[in-house]
Write a protein that binds this ligand. Structure first.
Ligand code: GLC
Length: 481
């Protein structure tokens, strides 16, 4: 008889989580990973999540929260209020840290005082522990907003039995500020200030990489890429120095939420067993967007419009694609003004072929995943990317650039047993030719149907990733029984 192992307690620290507030992939991971960790048969971990109580968290959640207590948190020479709330949601306990001055705002990030807001949050995580009835073995922080958590553990709080993991979802955003924030906000003991100093600035992510016991990222290929200057926005020397503690685990997607046979946001449900509904979704999408309802490949993009997402390749080649090929193009997303303008122009230049919706709209995104044929993700770099996996699940074949998690999840079907189309060359030409290849395969209904069927059967769920996270946690706990 084996004795029941003690559960490893993980406190997952994140700036956002679905369904409360989110702006991107991190928010999806922050709810799906803890959920699948806690759902394991072995019940070997108890993972709880802590995040700021953003103004955007809806009343329907707030009214179910339990108030645990409050106190004040020092931010340099000031004291700022902290209220701690608890909410159990889909098998996971969430702690919301409340300070209205910092977080009762319309947006999540992008404010002049972000450094102070997330410094407060990172300290408040430790200060809130006394109300939680939960002593974490591992504090698992994510992205620059939580980067001071491992730094404070190492340099200030020094909780004896607590280990730290820092996961990089995007190394482009590092939390870089002038050194004036050292005394005024970050407030580390003098001898530890060097931990967050880098290249004449304060760099919070650099501090996290130095201070965490393990640094992970969200795909094996991105873990390798982070060591190279082309991908690391200046942090590659720090990543290489800490390479012994670097891990890469490919994300999964929430296959319960993203399920075309149950999804209530789409006009007809379908699955690989009964795929007919996909054609209904396509016709509905074309019609509702004012596109001719015809049997042509519908190519879609749902993206933040920033350079990292490969926008320059799209700008370079999409007019040619639309001039030369009988296809339709649908875009959903917001971002840099120059790209937004390009897409407005594109729609204007190809009124019966292109529809560009400059907005962030979760409901519409699901109708696009379901109604499109081809999903375009030509990213210059992509830590993991979730949309390529979601689109497979909805039978929409991805075209991706070979980088990060795109390279780890999509295999070119020209190589056999593939699930999409992959190009390596970062150029408009590369994109154009790969779209042409995909459109060619679409023209052969037998091959296309087989590809769509194959993609819909793939399993991109979190189970495998959760197992790898458990191995990482166990490694950190040193085989703790
Ligand atoms: C970031 C990355 C994206 C990744 C997501 C979740 O948004 O840019 O590639 O999928 O985080 O880890």
């Amino acid at each position: 008889m084996t004795e029941k192992k003690e559960q490893t307690k993980i406190l997952f620290v994140t700036p956002e989580a679905v369904p409360f507030v989110h702006t991107g992939g991190l928010g999806e991971v922050a709810s799906a990973l803890p959920k699948s960790l806690n759902a394991r048969k072995q019940q070997d971990v108890d993972c709880r999540v802590v995040l700021p109580l953003h103004g955007k968290v809806g009343e329907e959640f707030r009214e179910k929260m339990e108030f645990l207590g409050d106190k004040s948190v020092p931010v340099s020479w000031r004291n700022q209020h902290l209220g701690v709330f608890r909410l159990e949601w889909e098998g996971v306990i969430y702690y919301f840290l409340d300070n209205e001055y910092y977080f009762r705002r319309d947006g999540l990030y992008g404010y002049g005082d972000d450094c102070e807001r997330f410094t407060w949050f990172s300290k408040a995580v430790f200060e809130a522990l006394e109300f939680m009835d939960f002593v974490p073995d591992i504090i698992h922080a994510n992205d620059w907003q939580t980067a001071l958590v491992p730094v404070y553990q190492y340099a200030v709080y020094r909780r004896t039995f607590t280990k730290t993991i820092f996961t990089i979802h995007n190394i482009e955003y590092q939390g870089r500020y002038g050194t004036n924030v050292l005394g005024d906000i970050v407030d580390l003991p003098y001898e530890h200030c060097h931990l967050v100093e880098y290249g004449g600035d304060v760099n919070l992510m650099k501090g996290a990489i130095e201070c965490s016991d393990i640094v992970s990222t969200v795909s094996p290929t991105y873990a390798e890429e982070l060591k190279r200057p082309e991908f690391s926005f200046g942090l590659d020397p720090i990543v290489r120095k800490n390479e012994g503690k670097l891990r890469g685990i490919l994300n999964g997607i929430d296959t319960v939420s993203y399920n075309p046979s149950k999804d209530k946001a789409i006009p007809a449900n379908y699955s690989w067993r009964k795929p007919e509904g996909k054609a209904v979704c396509k016709a509905d999408l074309q019609e509702s967007l004012g596109l001719p309802v015809r049997d042509v490949p519908v190519i879609a993009m749902i993206t933040r419009m920033v350079a990292a997402k490969g926008m320059d390749l799209v700008v370079d080649s999409l007019d040619r694609v639309l001039n030369d090929m009988d296809v339709q193009f649908i875009l959903l997303g917001t971002g840099d003004q120059k790209y937004e303008e390009f897409f407005r122009g594109l729609q204007h230049r190809h009124p019966d072929k292109a529809v560009c919706m400059i907005e962030f709209n979760v409901g519409v995104s699901r109708r696009i995943y379901a109604g499109a044929d081809i999903f375009l993700m030509p990213s210059r770099s992509e830590a993991c990317g979730l949309a390529q996996m979601i689109s497979c699940r909805y039978g929409t074949v991805p075209i991706v650039r070979q980088t990060g998690g795109l390279a780890d999840s999509i295999r070119d079907c020209r190589l056999g047993k593939g699930n999409g189309f992959v190009f390596a060359d970062y150029s408009g030409e590369g994109l154009y030719h790969t779209v042409a290849t995909a459109v060619g395969v679409y023209g052969n209904p037998k091959d296309w149907t087989a590809l769509v069927d194959h993609d819909m059967k793939l399993n991109f769920g979190w189970k495998k990733a959760a197992q790898e996270y458990i191995r990482m946690y166990e490694e950190l706990m040193g085989g703790k029984e």
